[in-house]
Design a binder for this molecule. Structure first.
Ligand SMILES: *Cc1c(COP(=O)(O)O)cnc(C)c1O
Length: 376
């Protein structure tokens, strides 16, 4: 059996090696390392895939979130509602821009931001909501967009973990996650569902004026070279990374299907084990399984983590400390927030290996070990 990894990037590369190597060599031959043609091609290809008017590539997912908030023209002290149960980047950029992160709780089944908690947190200073499509499924965007419309708030979707996921509205219309709010953000970090071979990110929007502003901010605030109208930053996607992404975008749906197949194997194997709560999939979203995350009942997940490691089966705790309990947010009275679902999930969740290259032999080995831990 091949070694089991959380994410098997090597094996995935070997399957597409010829295409990747030739795309990379084309860039080397052209030597247009910055803003080369593959960057423009990729933006267009992703626009088509997502059904969104504008895709603006940038250097990483954290930059995408920061640039999105910069483009909205918020004032210091303005409040931005965000889940605490997320990767730190989502919340960090809010504080970095001197905005105030307002942490709210998540739905115990979907792990995504809870619309009722959003409503309860809205104040006169609220300007934006940043839902996170955690682990690969959409937050309840219909409810979130209704709240936003009612209170005139911007919505910045953190789509770093759910690219390719489809959201279905009550009237049957469908949109890709990231193409629903005011701006969508994503990351192409290698382990993400659409990952490059280094750092990368992008913003999506249907608003042409915002798209222009985003492009300017990501490029030192200029639209005419050496004329700087806004304070911006320097955030670009390398041509080499765009070339890799053009190859991998074509495979994204296939990759999602492989993840869903592995997830189905897991959930089926655990169906007779009441101590395990497998991922719940909300009716309005499909799940692209960036992570396969279970909850344990009556068993210690840290012990499972150690037990699996003793058989060289990796597992991860996403995330052991929620944002509001991080030291960096002491100045924002993080610890004064009462987020019972977030705190509860933080102690219960554990993520099993999930990637496109898992085979049945590996899945059988992993699920047998998990079940053995529960029923020794
Ligand atoms: C990965 C990730 C990011 C940040 O992306 P980087 O490219 O690493 O900067 C932001 N939010 C979430 C939810 C993520 O998973």
């Amino acid at each position: 059996m091949r070694d089991i990894q959380m994410v098997d990037l090597k094996q995935q590369y070997l399957r597409i090696k010829e295409e990747i190597d030739s795309a990379i060599h084309e860039v080397l031959d052209s030597s247009a390392f910055i803003n080369g043609k593959p960057v423009r091609d990729f933006a267009q290809n992703l626009e088509t895939y997502l059904g969104v008017r504008h895709v603006i590539p940038c250097a990483n997912g954290t930059d995408a979130l920061q640039i999105a908030l910069m483009a909205l023209g918020l004032e210091p002290g303005d409040e931005v509602i965000t889940p605490s149960f997320t990767f730190i980047a989502t919340t960090e950029v809010i504080a970095l821009l001197q905005l105030k992160p307002v942490f709210v709780d998540v739905d115990p089944r979907t792990f995504c931001i809870d619309p009722e908690s959003i409503k309860a947190a809205i104040s006169k200073k609220t300007r934006a909501i940043v839902p996170v499509h955690l682990y690969g499924q959409a937050a309840n965007m219909e409810a979130i967009m209704q709240i936003a419309a009612h209170h005139n708030l911007f919505v910045v979707e953190d789509n770093a973990q759910a690219i390719g996921s489809t959201y279905t509205f009550a009237d049957g219309t469908q949109k890709k996650t990231g193409a629903i709010g005011t701006i969508g953000c994503t990351s192409f970090f290698p382990s993400k569902n659409l990952g490059c071979y280094g750092d990368g990110g992008a913003l999506f929007t249907n608003d042409s004026l915002l798209a222009e502003k985003i492009k300017m901010i990501a490029n030192h605030g200029q639209s005419i070279r050496y004329h700087h109208d806004l304070v911006g930053c320097n955030s670009r996607l390398d041509t080499l990374q765009a070339a890799v992404l053009n190859v991998k975008l074509k495979k994204l749906d296939e990759y999602i299907a492989a993840r869903q197949k592995a997830a189905a194997y897991y959930s089926d194997a655990f169906s007779q084990t009441p101590e395990i709560t497998p991922p719940y999939i909300a009716p309005y979203t499909n799940h692209v399984f960036h992570q396969y995350t279970i909850q344990l009942e009556g068993k210690n997940r840290d012990e499972l983590n150690t037990y699996l490691a003793s058989f060289n089966v990796p597992s991860m705790l996403y995330y052991p400390v929620p944002a509001h309990k991080q030291k960096m947010f002491e100045a924002f009275s993080g610890s004064s927030y009462d987020l019972p679902v977030t705190d509860w999930l933080t102690r219960r969740v554990i993520s099993l290996p999930m990637h496109t290259e898992l085979d049945e032999e590996q899945l059988e080995f992993i699920t047998e070990k998990v079940k053995k831990f529960i029923n020794p």
